[in-house]
Write a protein that binds this ligand. Structure first.
Ligand SMILES: [Zn+2]
Length: 227
């Protein structure tokens, strides 16, 4: 699963948690994974045609992608968000830590649908995965359907100016184009480290765009004296 993960970020974005934070949350497990691959702790093989929809043979990723690890990272991320809000004095609402935690955990559920049987329940054993990546078109269709649904919910549930609506839709279209490239455009397999670095770069680019998009049409920031 790739851009489909962002459907959750769009769908749960109401209230005070910024979209960019949710963009980090839904890919948090992959950030951990890419970091551990770069450090040589988790193992990845990039094999052309490994599955119809992905070249990733992620054969050892217990610290980022086991079910137990996903639960622990989700709890830790929710707690960190809560502490960060308190520390920085951001408006923290009661359910925010839970929403961030659920967003982080959603990654594992969506990976479970797409991945071949490479997601361990604990440690590096009892591996599960429904393997939708073996079916290129249905997997692609699911990614796009999820993303469209998430964006539709975001647009329906947030009162935002027309100019930002346009920007969000344009961002959605850009993500669809990137998914088309990822799924259908043939390319040579990169090394494991280059792939992990690419994950860091692309995901962070999307986070920055999410940050930028929510500033469009926000008006000048007013700092009232004494506040
Ligand atoms: Zn993942």
């Amino acid at each position: 699963m790739f851009v489909g993960h962002y459907s959750v970020a769009f769908a749960v974005r109401t209230g005070k948690i910024p979209l960019w934070v949710l963009f980090v949350a839904v890919q948090f497990l992959d950030y951990i994974w890419a970091t551990l691959v770069l450090l040589g702790i988790e193992k990845l093989r990039v094999i052309k045609g490994f599955t119809a929809g992905s070249m990733l043979d992620s054969y050892f990723h217990p610290y980022s992608h086991s079910l137990i690890a996903a639960v622990l990272w989700s709890g830790a991320a929710g707690l960190c968000y809560k502490l960060l809000c308190r520390w920085r004095g951001y408006g923290y609402t009661k359910s925010a830590a839970l929403i961030v935690g659920v967003a982080v955990f959603s990654h594992w559920i969506l990976d479970l649908i797409a991945h071949p049987r490479d997601l361990p329940i604990y440690d590096n054993t009892a591996k599960v995965g429904f393997g939708l990546w073996n079916y290129r078109d249905p997997e692609f269709a699911l990614e796009i359907a999820l993303l469209a649904l998430g964006i539709a919910l975001y647009l329906a549930r947030n009162a935002i100016p027309a100019i930002r609506k346009g920007a969000v839709i344009a961002f959605g279209i850009a993500l669809v184009v990137i998914q088309i490239g990822d799924t259908y455009v043939p390319r040579t397999a990169l090394s494991d480290k280059a792939t992990a670095l690419g994950v860091w770069i692309f995901y962070t680019l999307f986070v920055l765009i999410a940050l930028f998009v929510e500033r469009i049409g926000a008006g000048p920031q007013t700092n009232t004296p004494g506040s």
